[in-house]
Ligand binder design. Structure first.
Ligand code: SIN
Length: 310
């Protein structure tokens, strides 16, 4: 079971009066960031009410996990498509015959670093980064291998109004170069991992995004920077940029904004890249860890307007 420190607070999002609709139980973490969902079978088609309930839960909690959901690749693909079109997943070879499914894999004897083992938001270097990532657990080690999530909305809300006003108009420069560039991190580790990572000179391209983005569905602002893909603040000197980003990265990943997710085989976890960061942890050398991952296409991040910072 995930280490959620959850309360008994449960709530059903379906209409209790309609006995033909199964009840979905949403069990939020105490802080409201992350929630467990039970009461449905993700391998079966989801009716419109259930989809609506899941979308509402995601808008509120940003990370949702569904225990005990054995899924074929086809069922994972079908569930992904209930959220939108597949996202583009560069730099990693997908499964043969499943071009939208990546295998996140670490073998027991592997010496490479943990894939995704630093705070990031998936593919934030893309002009239209994926809105959601879906990860389905197949093999989970007996210890270690948790995923950390950080809530960029709560981190934004905790800043002073004066600091928010300074950040709101800024743009940040993102690139895949550090991990996936020809001289990047994964190029150095080639051959040491069971995953096929495809470093490329294309990874050196840069994109700018608002440093604070407004969520297209909820309207909520969230800090949208991360230490893997965000290189600098547009227009700032390297020193200024380093100081500001260093402060913000430390702020965003403070304990009150972080949820530690403990996996179990067949658990599916879904998160919103538009408002949270994640970080895969290690601590399971000698054991395998295998999960299957899809993404859902997203939009170009929307800036905050000059007025209405909140
Ligand atoms: C990822 O960054 O997508 C991998 C997360 C994990 O393996 O926990």
């Amino acid at each position: 079971m995930p280490d959620t420190g959850r309360t008994d607070a449960t709530k059903t999002l379906n209409s209790p009066s309609d006995s033909s609709v199964p009840l979905i139980v949403v069990r939020p973490n105490p802080g409201g960031f992350g929630a467990e969902i039970t009461g449905l079978d993700l391998a079966a088609p989801l009716d419109p009410e259930t989809r609506h309930a899941l979308k509402a839960a995601l808008a509120r909690h940003a990370v949702l996990w569904f225990p005990d959901q054995p899924l074929s690749h086809e069922a994972l693909e079908a569930f992904t498509l209930t959220w939108g079109a597949f996202g583009r997943d560069p730099y990693i070879k997908p499964l043969d015959a499943h071009p939208h499914v990546l295998e996140v894999r670490r073998d027991p004897d592997e010496t490479a670093s943990v894939f995704g083992g630093a705070w990031h938001s998936d593919w934030s270097f893309e002009p239209e980064p994926p809105s959601l990532t879906i990860l389905h657990a197949k093999v989970i080690p007996p210890t270690g291998g948790d995923t950390l999530f950080a809530d960029g909305r709560a981190a934004w809300r905790a800043l002073s109004p004066a600091f928010q006003a300074m950040l709101a108009p800024l743009r940040a420069i993102h690139s895949a170069s550090r991990p996936y560039g020809a001289g990047g991190f994964y190029a150095q580790e080639k051959g040491r991992t069971g995953m096929t990572i495809l470093p490329s000179p294309e990874a050196d391209r840069t994109t700018t995004h608002p440093l604070v983005r407004r969520h297209p569905l909820t309207g909520e602002p969230a800090l949208f920077i991360n230490p893997v893909y965000t290189l600098s603040v547009d227009g700032f000197s390297p020193e200024e940029s380093g100081a500001l980003l260093g402060f913000l990265f430390a702020h965003m990943t403070k304990e009150p904004f972080v949820y530690r997710h403990r996996w179990a085989p067949n658990m599916l976890t879904l998160w919103d890249n538009r408002c949270c960061l994640h970080n895969a942890t290690g601590g399971y050398d000698g054991y395998a860890r295998v999960l299957h991952r899809t993404t859902v296409a997203g939009d170009a991040p929307m800036p905050l307007k000059e007025r209405g910072l909140n």
